[in-house]
Design a protein around this ligand. Structure first.
Ligand code: RB5
Length: 165
């Protein structure tokens, strides 16, 4: 039986809308399924309203990977990176996208749509899709991203149990 294609989530604000549409077409032509979480026009939109639903789905394992676009990439990345297990990387060259996969296991690609052209955007997307995580020492480093959070939780619950601990 043929394997069903991986679904890639995609969302933007108004600044990223045009490139979103182009990258969605690119994903489909590469054989991926796409779940477009909006918006459906370039009318003014607040990036967080679109980053939250996408990041939540990646964080809880409903989807493996997603693509976010806004003007600079910053608002989208700030929002998405608040979710556990989400590693949202802004990439403005294919090399950065490849390193974000290879070293940082980026599961969300964030494009600064006002600063990359269509062809560059497609090349960045392709590099991110095609580059595997290198693992090894990078796996140890990536694991420490989440561990820090748990360590903080641990120390908080410790001090609640015993203020002198
Ligand atoms: C919208 O003008 C712009 O602020 C937004 O797309 C993004 O760049 C924010 O981080």
């Amino acid at each position: 039986m043929a394997q069903s294609p991986e679904t890639i989530l995609i969302a933007s604000d108004h600044a990223g809308f045009e490139l979103k549409e182009k990258l969605e077409a690119e994903l489909l032509s590469l054989g991926y399924a796409v779940l477009d979480l909006g918006p459906d026009s370039d009318a003014s939109a607040d990036y967080a309203d679109y980053a939250h639903p996408l990041a939540e789905r990646v964080s809880n394992g409903e989807a493996n990977r997603g693509v976010l676009l806004c003007g600079t990439g910053l608002g989208m990345s700030y929002t998405a990176n608040r979710y556990p297990h989400v590693r949202a990387a802004i990439a403005w060259t294919p090399e950065i996208a490849a390193l974000a996969r290879e070293h940082n296991d980026a599961n969300v690609l964030v494009l600064p749509a006002r600063f990359v052209g269509d062809d560059e955007g497609r090349a960045i997307l392709k590099a991110w899709l095609d580059t595997p995580f290198a693992g090894g020492r990078h796996a140890r480093r990536v694991a420490k991203i989440e561990r820090d959070e748990h360590r903080e939780e641990d120390s908080r619950s410790h001090s609640m149990n015993d203020p002198h601990d």
